[in-house]
Write a protein that binds this ligand. Structure first.
Ligand code: AMP
Ligand code: ZN
Length: 475
């Protein structure tokens, strides 16, 4: 059995052979940290987490780098528009780096709760400006870049096979960007490596070309090569990155080194909402925090990995309800195992072995999580049927296997109950106690409950249909 990965570059499933046997060096494009993590982003990061966990489980030594973009990502892909971080910071009247720090703190809270392993390194773009300038210098020396009015552009006509990842046609290249092309560019698809900052721009650095800031694409090339070497085993990102961001990462990295930038290119499909891509810029998103608060982190996580990473999934109640039911079934079976009386039947042992094999087969086939989950759910049914008959050893094996395999997918079944469910129950209990106190005209107690909850960031609101609570931001 061999692991196969769908390589966007070849549009085929290929046998996975890392550069060094049993070692995997992987880079995935990270968050532009100007807004909260939404469930679409969380889906993509859950997908990478499943891949990293699975590779480790299969004995690979995995080194994973995922950046934070804290400068240079403009509101438009064609080098027009404003820096997303700077724009949001201005609206919120805070420093760009204060916004970045706030967002990163929130980001880790969500990521940790969703049981997404933190990468080995999470480099920030602003910490690598010198390295970016060094790479731009190499591109200028080699004739792949040109300077116009303090901006530096990559000359796409000089790079053979520009657009090979996205299979861009000559027509695509000529038509170039959607917006009117910047007259300073020699060719429509040329892209900025360095941009001169307008006078009121906050995030800017000195450089040989101008006081300015780096382009978004150069960040990832630099951070990937700095920590992982000139050729990576795997490079991942959302499918939105294929035509521009990854296309440009390849051009500038390969032009500089003369080596392939990555062996395998993997892309995660979108999460949609009402059939449309969920995105921060469109504003049609559900934050990971809202979803976690409503459903519990493990339910959300199970929903996110229930579809194959290359298939689009739509965020809706049905998706979450199915995940909730499946998670409940898993917990019910684990409880049944705990409370079972033992028999002598050992037939579950062979079934456990077959389940592990089916799980590996599914995951080896380009990380087919729905098929892997189906194998686990089928096994759970067998376990349910065997309760009362199965031996102690076979039930313990079954329990360990279910926990282990779900763990590879990032679902931690040992988390007793979702913290969210518990706190929801407790708050509702306090609301009942407060109502009872009010009925007895014990306003001192009822006010204490309200005020103490408020200190914890929970606001009570008395409405016609009873008392409701909402979580308020205490930051
Ligand atoms: P951003 O911060 O918008 O650059 O996105 C961070 C990561 O999330 C990138 O890898 C995107 O491709 C990915 N992403 C953004 N929107 C979605 C979505 N609706 N579904 C899945 N992945 C997404
Ligand atoms: Zn990137």
């Amino acid at each position: 059995m061999a692991l196969k990965i769908y390589n966007t570059m070849s549009r085929k499933k290929e046998a996975f052979k890392p550069l060094k046997p049993k070692e995997v060096r992987i880079y995935t494009c990270g968050q532009t940290v100007y807004d909260d993590l939404h469930v679409g982003n969380a889906r993509t990061y859950s997908n990478w987490d499943v891949i990293v966990r699975y590779l480790r489980w299969r004995g690979y030594d995995v080194f994973h780098v995922q950046n934070f973009t804290d400068v240079g990502h403009l509101t438009d892909d064609a080098d027009e528009g404003e820096d997303k971080i700077e724009k949001r910071a201005r609206l919120r009247r805070i420093e760009p780096m204060e916004l970045v720090d706030q967002q990163i703190r929130k980001y880790w809270r969500d990521i940790d709760e969703l049981n997404i392993h933190r990468p080995n390194i999470s480099p920030r773009a602003t910490g690598h400006i010198i390295e970016m300038q060094d790479l731009i210098k190499v591109l200028l020396e080699k004739g792949y870049a040109y300077i116009v009015e303090g901006n530096v552009y990559f000359d796409t006509s000089k790079f053979k096979n520009y657009g090979k990842l996205a299979r861009l046609s000559l027509k695509d290249l000529k038509a170039g960007a959607r917006v009117e092309v910047d007259p300073r560019k020699k060719h429509p698809r040329d892209f900025a490596l360095w941009l001169k900052a307008p006078p009121n721009h906050i995030m800017k650095w000195t450089s040989p070309w101008s006081v300015g800031y780096p382009g978004w694409h150069i960040e990832c090339s630099v951070m990937a090569m700095k920590y992982l070497g000139e050729t990576l085993d795997i490079h991942g990102g959302g499918i939105d990155h294929i035509p521009v961001h990854h296309t440009n990462e390849i051009a500038q990295s390969e032009a500089a080194t003369g080596k392939p930038f990555a062996k395998y290119w993997i892309h995660s499909a979108f999460m949609t909402i009402n059939g449309e891509k969920m995105s921060k810029s469109k504003g049609n998103f559900i934050t990971a925090r809202e979803a976690i608060d409503k459903w519990g982190a493990m339910v959300v996580r199970l929903a996110l990995v229930s579809g194959h990473y290359r298939s689009q999934i739509d965020y809706n109640e049905g998706l979450l309800i199915t995940a909730k039911n499946n998670l409940e079934k898993l917990h019910n079976t684990l409880d049944a195992i705990k409370n079972a009386s033992y028999g002598r039947d050992n037939s579950l042992l062979a079934k456990a072995k077959a389940t592990k094999k089916a799980f590996i087969e599914a995951m080896d086939d380009d990380f087919n999580t729905p098929k892997a989950l189906a194998a686990i759910y089928a096994f759970v049914k067998d376990v349910n049927k065997s309760i009362g008959k199965a031996s102690k050893k076979s039930l313990e094996t079954a329990r360990d296997l279910i926990i282990e395999l779900m763990g590879v997918l990032g679902i931690d079944l040992t988390r007793k109950s979702e913290l969210k469910d518990l706190s929801d129950d407790l708050i509702k209990l306090l609301i009942k106690v407060r109502e009872a106190a009010r009925k007895k005209k014990d306003y001192e107690t009822s006010d204490t409950i309200r005020n103490e909850l408020k200190k914890l960031g929970i606001a009570l609101e008395d409405t016609d249909s009873g008392t409701k609570y909402k979580i308020i931001n205490t930051q």
